[in-house]
Design a protein around this ligand. Structure first.
Ligand code: MSP
Length: 686
């Protein structure tokens, strides 16, 4: 997997010595291996890869790191649940992550696992270095408080939902822990952190996140418990092996430990190297408060930027690992690849485009499959794909399939050139500002401008008039724009870029230390070179294909829980590593219910309040996310399938759901799961 990436690197080194080059180091979070990769984790990883490629295009020396976070109580328990030794289990799962990324055209330079000796040794060194430089910073004490195993984090009373001490993120009860623990004197770093944020406005991005962190730090920092004694799946604390390191202490150091094995790699954490950590908003505090404080204490340079992106929903529904209706990115790539008559790589590139274009990086966003197909047809099919096809078609007809000369430039070309220069500058600025959605928007504005230009310049009309010089100039201009587009799309669609270039008769892009985005003017192609028109780049999807693709893409097995929190522990059927045992399934009490009453919930557009007969003395109140698909009255009398033993869940003041209905489909088009015949209310479904 790493072979291609390192060959790209060595080309860079061959052309220019590293010392003279700007260095760009981008990291993703290291992923917990209690789950398989999903669209959320793919999102960050794909953006990291696109940024890596953008910097390669600029001729910079780049390095991308991803990997897996393999210690901690959550993984120890998960392994046990599956009857496996932790080491065996984490290896199996980590392999799935490592195998997934290249299939999404992601080529990290390194893949770190926190169970690797190279990491364990250096994480211990890190701990010792803190203790050596600041003996007061790590001290032994006792910890008593709440712990969420899902978050692998301590929680204060204030952070929990009541009743039941529920973690607001995982919707599961937290655990009480009381044990000896080493503490990190985080309280000493409050002023230094605030000062760092002030001196380095790019450290936390986007700005709204900076404000959030500043007010958290200003409200006072408590020392942090950084070791545990009640389980052993972790890195032993140096000098006191009864303790293992707090999994976040171990994990955060990965960004630095991964570079230490090689002198060239170490340079990525030195000097003016740009170090960018991409993280989800849920793990911002770890990266912008704990991590910089650890680094300050160890006397190590801080990263340049921690960029927190938002959370993705899929078809309007929540998607996260612990709430498990995640979507498989490889499944989406495969389905799209098939629908457009290409391979999985073609599908993966469409997915890359969609993820980067549809969601403003930094904001929450919805990944909607119908919108994705629409955008595919419009941006990729009708805009870029069509521009290539019509340009090459015209060249075949009018210039004998060769690049024509550019001899008669008019105001039309001048206007196009300046529009393109502006868009191109904006696209580059957007990549630099970590705004891939805007970079792509500006890139596609170039394709739109070129399509409008060809309509206005009308080479077919000039051809009819016998105006050869104009025909040639127009087609040469279009070929130049396409050549530029092939460069600009490379960070997000490297294989399609190769294909565009092949059809244009150009070599694929091979980053080589040169700045591919350096020129500003529309490049003119040399006359006489051969073109090689090929298959349609992005065949548009007709209504039948669109319908079939939507059917395939809409999540089924992990369908959203319309009434309440999905049961944690259910996993995609296609994921054997997360298959459940019959015993696990059998704890779910499924019953036939009959809806006796239904009403809308004020101020909650999606919710209905149902009274459901389960053959019990009283009707059950179930709050269900059905309002976008059903009128309340249409539900009365319906036979439904109810998860009867789900813990009550509060949806707002006085609005508690005592069970969940099963349904399939997106929120606007749900169909209810039901049973045939006239089974009595309360009958068990087995
Ligand atoms: N292991 C820690 C990170 C340690 S980094 C030193 C961890 N792992 S995780 O696997 O739970 O999550 C990894 C990342 O996935 C987080 O950045 C999280 O925000 C992201 N996402 C999980 N669900 C997501 C969405 N639905 N949408 C976008 N990103 C999501 O936390």
């Amino acid at each position: 997997m790493l072979a291609k990436a390192s060959s790209e690197r060595s080309v860079v080194c061959a052309n220019r010595p590293l010392a003279e080059m700007s260095r760009f180091y981008v990291t993703t979070p290291i992923y917990y291996v209690n789950d398989v990769p999903h669209l959320g984790t793919a999102y960050t990883t794909i953006i990291a890869d696109a940024l890596r490629r953008y910097h390669l295009l600029r001729g910079h020396s780049t390095r991308m790191l991803t990997g897996t976070d393999e210690h901690g109580l959550k993984l120890e328990r998960e392994a046990k649940k599956r009857g496996k030794a932790p080491a065996e289990f984490v290896t199996e799962m980590s392999d799935r992550f490592e195998a997934t990324w290249p299939k999404l055209e992601v080529q990290p330079d390194d893949f770190i696992r926190t169970t690797q000796p190279r990491h364990e040794k250096l994480a211990q060194w890190f701990w010792e270095e803190i203790a050596r430089r600041n003996p007061d910073d790590i001290y032994l004490g006792n910890y008593e408080g709440w712990y969420c195993v899902g978050c692998e984090d301590l929680k204060t009373e204030k952070e929990l939902e009541q009743p039941g001490n529920i973690c607001p993120l995982h919707k599961t009860p937290v655990e009480r822990i009381k044990e000896p623990s080493y503490f990190f004197r985080l309280s000493h770093y409050q002023d230094r952190l605030l000062d760092h944020y002030k001196q380095h406005p790019k450290f936390i991005r986007p700005e709204t996140r900076l404000n959030e962190v500043v007010s958290f730090v200003q409200s006072g920092l408590r020392d942090l418990s950084v070791s545990r004694t009640t389980f052993s799946w972790g890195i032993p604390v140096p000098g006191d092996p009864k303790h293992v390191m707090f999994v976040w202490f171990d994990a955060l150091t990965n960004y630095w430990t991964a570079l230490q094995g090689d002198e060239e790699h170490k340079k990525f954490w030195r000097g003016d190297s740009e170090i960018v950590h991409l993280v989800g908003k849920d793990i911002l505090r770890f990266h912008t408060v704990y991590w910089p404080a650890f680094l300050m204490s160890a006397g190590i340079k801080l990263p340049t930027t921690v960029f927190a992106h938002g959370f993705l929903t899929v078809n309007g529904q929540k998607m996260s690992k612990s709430l498990r209706n995640a979507v498989d990115p490889l499944g989406i790539a495969r389905a799209f690849g098939e629908a457009i008559g290409g391979n999985d790589a073609a599908g993966a590139e469409v997915l890359r485009y969609q993820l980067l274009r549809a969601i403003s990086f930094g904001q929450d966003g919805d990944f909607d499959f119908a919108a994705m197909i629409e955008r595919y047809n419009a941006d990729l099919g009708k805009n870029l794909g069509n521009l290539l096809a019509r340009t090459l078609g015209l060249c075949t007809k009018m210039t004998g399939g060769k690049v024509p000369p550019r001899t008669e430039i008019t105001q039309l070309e001048k206007d196009l050139d300046s529009a393109i220069q502006a868009d191109r500058r904006d696209a580059i600025a957007a990549w630099d500002a970590l705004e891939p959605h805007r970079a792509l928007e500006r890139t596609w504005a170039i394709a739109s401008a070129a399509n409008q230009y060809v309509d206005r310049a009308a080479p077919w009309a000039e051809d009819k008039k016998g105006n050869r010089a104009r025909v040639e100039t127009i087609l040469n201009t279009l070929l130049g724009v396409l050549a530029q587009l092939s460069v600009l799309i490379w960070p997000v669609m490297p294989t399609k870029s190769d294909e565009v270039r092949r059809q244009l008769g150009l070599q694929p892009i091979a980053p080589s230390g040169k700045d591919w985005l350096g020129g500003v003017e529309v490049e003119a192609r040399a006359a006489g070179e051969s073109l090689a028109p090929g298959l349609s780049l992005f065949p548009t999807l007709d209504p039948d294909k669109t319908h079939a693709l939507l059917e395939t893409l809409t999540p089924k097995v992990d369908a959203p829980a319309p009434g309440s929190a999905p049961a944690p522990g259910s996993a995609p059927a296609a994921a054997p590593a997360s298959a459940i045992q019959y015993e696990q399934f059998s704890v779910v009490d499924l019953r036939v219910g009959v809806v006796r009453g239904a009403e809308r919930v004020p101020k909650k557009d999606k919710l209905l309040k149902l009274s459901v007969d389960l053959g019990e003395p009283e009707l059950r109140t179930i709050i269900a996310g059905l309002a976008l698909s059903f009128q309340p009255e249409a539900l009365v009398g319906r036979r439904v399938v109810v998860v009867a033993n789900l813990a009550p869940r509060e949806f707002g003041k006085g609005l508690v759901s005592h069970g969940m209905l099963l349904a399939a489909g997106p929120s606007e088009k749900l169909t209810l799961a039901t049973v045939e015949g006239d089974a009595a209310p309360g009958v068990k479904i087995k």
